[in-house]
Structure formats: C-alpha cells, structure tokens
Design a protein around this ligand. Structure first.
Ligand SMILES: NC(=O)C1=CN([C@@H]2O[C@H](COP(=O)(O)OP(=O)(O)OC[C@H]3O[C@@H](n4cnc5c(N)ncnc54)[C@H](O)[C@@H]3O)[C@@H](O)[C@H]2O)[C@@H](O)CC1
Ligand SMILES: Nc1ncnc2c1ncn2[C@@H]1O[C@H](COP(=O)(O)OP(=O)(O)O)[C@@H](O)[C@H]1O
Ligand SMILES: [K+]
Length: 486
C-alpha cells in the first residue's frame, strides 16, 4: 500500500525525530537523497555531473536549506552550482555556507532567468510543506522560465506553488520532471491537478516514524490481488454472487450493454439484467439473465447497480434503493436517487459520480470539484452516509463518513475519458460488491482494474469503452500473477 500523510502528521513526526537526532541530521538525509537524484538526472541530461550547470532556486525556509546542502554535494563532485536566494538575508545560513565552502556561487534574482536558460538542471527549493497560498509574484517568472528551459527540473519535497495537503494549484506553480519528497508522500503529490506538476515522485526515507492514520492510501498490485474474489472448489454461481444491473433505456440501450460487459468480468457468478434493453443485452451477452419486470420482481441478487443510461426512470431507482443488499448508484441514478432514501439504507451504498455529477449533488460548479477533489469526495460521503467514488483524472474513494484514509487510484489513463467507460466501471465494481467486497474495496479494486485495463486497451491509441471491458481480464491476470509470484 502506498500512503500519503497530512502536513500536520509529517510535522509531528519531524519534531519527534529532531528531538532524538543530532541537529541538522534530517536535513542532511534529505539533501543526500535529493543530490543522488540530481546526479542521476544530470547523468541523463549532460552525461556527467562534473562540469554540468546547476541552478538552485532557494526560498527562505528549510526547503531552500535542502536545496543548498544538495547543491554543495553536487559542487563537491565538480558541478558548477549557482544558488539564487529569493530573499538573501533570510536564506538558510548553514546551507549557504556549505555551498560556498564546496565552491558554489551565489547570484542575485535579477540574473535568475538567464541562469535558468543555460542550466542543465534547475532545483526548485522555493517552498515545501511550509508554503501558503500559491507562488508569490516574484517567483512566477522563474517557474515560467524553468518551464521553457531545456534543463531538467527537480522539485524539493513538492513543486513550489501546489498545495501539499489537497492537490490544489492556484495560479502558477513549478512543473517538475522529478519530485524528491521526504519522509512520506504528501496528499498533493497523488491528487490532480498538483500530481501532474510533480512529474515522477521519489520518496526518500529520512527515518520518520509517522503517527496515526494516513490521509490517503493507494492500493498496489499485491493489495488488489489479496482482495480479488477467487472461486474455491465448493463455489457455485450463487455462492460467487449474483449482480443485478438496472440500467439502460430505450434511448440509451448501450449503457446497459456496457454495464453488463463490466459486470461479467468482475467476479460475480451471474449477471441479472433488469430494464428495457434486454434484447440488446442478450444479443451481445447470451449468458445474462434478463427480466423486464423491475428490480423487485427480478429474483435474488447480492448487489445492485442502478443508473447508467437510466433516463428518467425514478421508480426503478427507488425500488433498488429499498433492497437490503449493497447498491452502486451511477450516472442518471445519482440524479434520481432520493437523498433521504440513500441515507436511510442499512446495507452498503457506493455512489460513483464524475466531477459534473458530484458538483450537481453538492450544488457547486464542476471546476470547484475538480479543484478540490479530496474535500469534495469527503463532503459527499458525509452528506449521503455512503461510500463515494469520485471519477476523473484522479479517482478517489471515500468511506461512508468521509473519514481517513481516502483511497486514491493512479492506474488510469486519460484515454479512459471516452463515452461509456464509466458504465463499464459501474458494472465491474457492482460485480465485486456482489462477490462480497465491502463498498470501499469494491470501488477501489474496480477503479484499479479499470484503469489498468484502460492502459492495456489503449497502449497509446484511442479506445472505446468496449475495448476497456475486454481488457479487464488481462488486468485481473496481471494483478493475480504478481500475487502468485510474491
Ligand atoms: N518535514 C521534515 O521532516 C523535513 C523537512 N525538510 C524540508 O523542510 C521543508 C519545510 O520547511 P519550512 O517549514 O521551513 O517551510 P518551507 O521552506 O516549505 O517554506 C517556508 C518559507 O517559505 C515562505 N513562503 C511561504 N509561502 C510562500 C509562497 N507562497 N511563496 C514564497 N515563499 C513562501 C515562508 O515565508 C517561509 O520562509 C520541507 O518541505 C522539506 O523540504 C527537510 O529538511 C527534512 C526534514
Ligand atoms: N483524464 C483522465 N484520466 C484518467 N481517467 C479518466 C480521465 N477522465 C476520465 N477518466 C475515467 O474514465 C471513466 C469515465 O467515466 P464517466 O465520466 O462516467 O463516463 P461515461 O459517463 O461516458 O461512462 C472514469 O472511470 C474516469 O475515472
Ligand atoms: K519546492
């Protein structure tokens, strides 16, 4: 499991470590890790460390201190290192002295853009977890210059300008090729839009003992493998779980077909379809049990999926919500579901909105949800007393009370932004619910497999939702393979 901890938790752990360790030890560990990554990148950009040109952009806190000590290490290996302190009188004094002793230079911000233009490597040590608000105006041209330059950009702990705790980016921020972060991932490094600014993220272990629960957790192959429902010798189709799909309408029969296609690959022993698109479903998937009598009279299921392509069929949604089995609500179902009926449910509920649907439920604009995904998913979960999976470039899954940790999925690809791929996900996650997974696990395992399937199906070219459904089996096998090898 990959985890991310809040800034407060990291600060607490830092204080505890500092009390035990000699002064400056943590910063030296951070600087050593940072310098190692810088040296590796310089090797890629200019072939060697010796003789390369490195610019350190240095803020007035410890983030700048890390950059200065790392710069000193690079200078000792023969790099030409120039530090640009943005507020020279407040820059980390020990770090500046170390850099000078190692042969590094210090330059005025007036020449920073010129230096950046000629550099092989730019180190962004302006702000880390102490940053408040966006980048200050004087740093904005430097972020722009670094963006234009041919130099590799390494961010120290976080790209300056992004919000460490939430992933929000207000205004300009540094765009890094690599972010070297210390002690723990910060939530902003795993959530868009900030995640995109961070490039690839490397975690340097500085020996922090992190107290309490993480803010975020991201399943990895081995975690998913442990959660996948696998039939045993005594299994039959009913014991494996039956998933009911109440989806599609005369206008949108395809949503029913796609939700069923996901459900057939999610581990349930049987898929029951209820709705007006039975002919289309049967034509494509003859193994489906089809009924047009409504959810109440459809026969037993262990979980329902309701909403994809449902149009205005509020009655079907109400019948599904009254069932005492886990329910996944997606798409039109989110709009049609009565909030009181959702809150009154005793069996697990999983809601799967995209940002637009989440915004409508919260009564805010879509941009507001995309800007603040973590707060939005928690707020929805609290309001509805349901697990919520917020889809998009970063998919987040919160438990019913919105408490910690929230799951974050990073297997996806922007190629998944294609009509109907959400229907495949709802069928897949609903099938996992029917197979017995708790709502948060069903959502996060479903998103994990769906994201991987999207990557396999796309492989660098456009895909349709149907291709994604076909690739779910490959994703499942690949995840299972790692587990067997482990
Ligand atoms: N947490 C830890 O355990 C460790 C932290 N270290 C480093 O220390 C950093 C935190 O250091 P600090 O607490 O000194 O804080 P920072 O260095 O992140 O930032 C604080 C300084 O930046 C200024 N500032 C705040 N917002 C700004 C903005 N928007 N634009 C420009 N300047 C701004 C403040 O006036 C203050 O001087 C971490 O990010 C990490 O790089 C490491 O040295 C190793 C250990
Ligand atoms: N930029 C993106 N990067 C990664 N995944 C994305 C991106 N945009 C959308 N997705 C994923 O694609 C799927 C789209 O679902 P949804 O918006 O419900 O589409 P539809 O309603 O057409 O089925 C979701 O799983 C979502 O997480
Ligand atoms: K930084």
């Amino acid at each position: 499991m990959r985890t991310a901890y809040s800034v407060e938790t990291v600060r607490t752990a830092e204080r505890e470590s500092m009390a035990r360790l000699p002064e400056g030890a943590l910063m030296q560990r951070a600087a050593a890790g940072l310098a190692a990554t810088c040296a590796e990148l310089l090797g890629q950009v200019s072939g060697r460390v010796y003789g390369s040109r490195v610019v350190l952009l240095v803020g007035s806190g410890d983030n700048g201190g890390d950059a200065l000590y790392a710069g000193a290490r690079l200078a000792r290996r023969g790099a030409g290192v120039t530090a640009v302190p943005l507020a020279p009188e407040r820059a980390h004094a020990g770090g500046l002295a170390a850099l000078r002793r190692a042969g590094g230079r210090v330059a005025s911000p007036a020449v920073a853009e010129e230096l950046i233009e000629r550099a092989d490597l730019v180190v962004d040590g302006i702000v880390g977890i102490g940053g408040e608000g966006g980048l200050r105006p004087e740093a904005v041209p430097l972020a722009e210059a670094a963006g234009r330059a041919r130099a590799a950009v390494v961010a120290v702990d976080l790209p300056s300008g992004v919000d460490a705790g939430t992933g929000e980016v207000r205004g300009a921020a540094f765009r890094a090729d690599v972010t070297v972060t210390f002690g723990a991932h910060k939530p902003g490094l795993l959530i868009d839009p900030a995640r995109e600014y961070a490039g690839s993220v490397r975690l340097v272990d500085i020996g922090l003992a992190l107290p309490g629960e993480p803010e975020l957790e991201a399943l990895q192959h081995a975690d998913v493998a442990r959660l996948l429902p696998v039939p045993g010798a005594e299994s039959d189709k009913y014991r494996r779980g039956v998933v009911g799909i109440a989806a599609g309408s005369a206008r949108y029969p395809g949503a029913a077909v796609l939700a069923v296609s996901g459900a057939l690959r999610g581990g349930a022993g049987a898929v029951r379809y209820v709705g007006p698109a039975g002919d289309a479903v049967i034509a494509r998937f003859p193994e489906t049990l089809v009924s047009d009598q409504g959810p109440e009279r459809a026969g037993r299921v262990q979980a329902w999926v309701v909403g994809p392509g449902a149009g205005d069929d509020a009655e079907t949604v109400a019948q599904v919500l009254a069932a005492e089995v886990p329910v996944l609500i997606d798409a039109d179902g989110l709009r049609l579901a009565d909030a009181e009926a959702v809150r009154a449910r005793t069996a697990p509920t999983l809601m799967t909105p995209h940002a637009g649907e989440a915004a409508a439920l919260l009564g805010v604009g879509r941009a507001e949800v995309e800007r603040a995904r973590l707060a939005s998913v928690r707020e929805l979960a609290r309001r509805y007393g349901a697990a919520v999976l917020l889809k998009g470039s970063t998919t987040l899954v919160a438990g019913p009370d919105g408490s910690r940790p929230v799951r974050v999925n990073s297997t996806g690809t922007p190629w998944l932004a294609t009509a109907g791929s959400g229907d495949v996900l709802s069928g897949l996650a609903g099938s996992l619910l029917a197979a017995g997974l708790p709502a948060v696990d069903a959502g996060s395992v479903g998103a994990y497999l769906h994201g991987l399937a999207g990557r396999f199906a796309a492989a660098g070219a456009p895909v349709g939702a149907h291709d994604v459904a076909l690739a779910v089996r490959r994703a499942w096998r690949e995840v299972g393979e790692v587990h067997r090898g482990a």
